[in-house]
Design a protein around this ligand. Structure first.
Ligand SMILES: *Cc1c(COP(=O)(O)O)cnc(C)c1O
Length: 339
């Protein structure tokens, strides 16, 4: 079945594909072997745990087509690991990590003709796990469902190149509590953040930078992306804790080390950020988004004159070259899908 899509017009939105993977488990029990089913609506009890009490997590990773026509994933084992620890945090049995990777590969094979051609985007893979059984009293659902579906998405930065984004430091809201759910890809974190980011967008920003809930002094992250700043030879990023442990974050830290930078994961204060040479944020969707301007307490601060910084650009090129098999892969991050 050949697909008829205008690849050039793809954005980051959901496009139906051929098949998705589905498995179920009883509460704290074993996952079923699972099966591939046509992509489409699912039926759910009105009393399902996820729609009543928010018992759910997600993941996000991409399959790329390389110039040679191969299909590759980036560090899917790390998504598997993070998904397993998220499951435990939400009182659901972890899905076996090797099976996660195998099912992601099989999903890619079954939706092969939805992978955009080289350079025009990627197949975004979205695993979700949620309490699907009925509950009324507050408790883990008696049954859980795992779905892995996918959607073709456009190249985040088209051919225009990277446009630096404008962010506002939120002084009215926190993204996550000090001992809360911030380090889990827990669905409630994202619903909770929409109100602030919609407000920021209405005011002409691309999103919010959140401060730590305990001191309101240190940078946490940017909605759904990790934060970095460059000062001289130092690359700084907030230490983990209530921050999501991004796979792109980890990769950027490792790459910067190889470039001779001094990489530090520690508290990064708001004042330190405002004096940085370059700022950017990282995540699977955009890889790296340069930050050109930050608004804080009504004042505007510009980084690298609002242009993409040299270090930001170089890290972006190095990482995407590895992801597309156009550079050596010293860390063994790329995972080929056998077709
Ligand atoms: C997913 C996510 C990130 C980025 O993680 P990657 O593994 O790099 O995609 C950063 N922050 C939040 C809050 C996220 O949900």
């Amino acid at each position: 079945m050949a697909v008829n899509l205008d690849w050039e017009k793809l954005t980051f939105s959901s496009v139906p594909t051929h098949e998705m993977f589905r498995a179920t488990s009883p509460v704290y029990g074993e996952w079923s072997a699972g099966e591939f089913v046509p992509y489409g609506p699912i039926s759910l009890s009105p009393a399902a745990g996820v729609i009543n009490y928010g018992q759910g997590i997600f993941e996000g990773l991409k399959a790329h087509r390389t110039k040679q026509g191969d299909v590759v994933l980036f560090r899917p084992e790390d998504n598997a690991k993070r998904f397993a620890s998220g499951a435990e945090r939400l009182c659901m049995p972890p899905f076996p990590e090797d099976q996660f990777v195998a099912m992601v590969e099989e999903l890619v094979r079954r939706n092969l003709d939805f992978i955009p051609p080289y350079g025009l985007g990627s197949l975004y893979i979205r695993p979700i796990m949620f309490g699907s059984g009925p509950v009324l009293g507050l408790a883990p659902a008696p049954e859980n469902t795992l779905l892995i579906y996918c959607s073709p998405v456009g190249a985040y930065f088209k051919k225009k190149g990277q446009q630096p984004i404008r962010l506002i430091v939120s002084t009215d809201y926190h993204r996550s509590a000090a001992k809360g759910m911030g380090s889990t890809k827990y669905i409630g974190n994202y619903a909770g953040e929409m109100y602030h980011s919609q407000k920021a967008k209405a005011d002409g920003f691309n999103g919010c930078i959140y401060l730590d809930a305990r001191n309101e002094h240190f940078i946490e992250e940017v909605g759904a992306a990790n934060f970095f700043c460059v000062k001289g030879q130092d690359l700084l990023t907030p230490s983990l804790g209530s921050v999501l442990p991004g796979i792109t974050r980890d990769s950027i830290m490792a790459l910067a080390e190889t470039m001779g930078m001094k990489v530090r994961a520690r508290g990064v204060s708001i004042d330190e950020m405002l004096e940085a040479d370059e700022c950017f944020c990282t995540g699977t969707a955009a890889v790296i988004a340069p930050i050109g301007e930050v608004s804080y307490l009504g004042k505007q601060y510009h980084f690298n004159k609002g242009k993409v910084g040299e270090v930001t650009q170089s890290l972006y090129e190095k990482l995407t070259a590895i992801q597309l098999c156009e550079a050596e892969d010293p860390f063994n991050w790329v995972h080929s899908v056998s077709l």
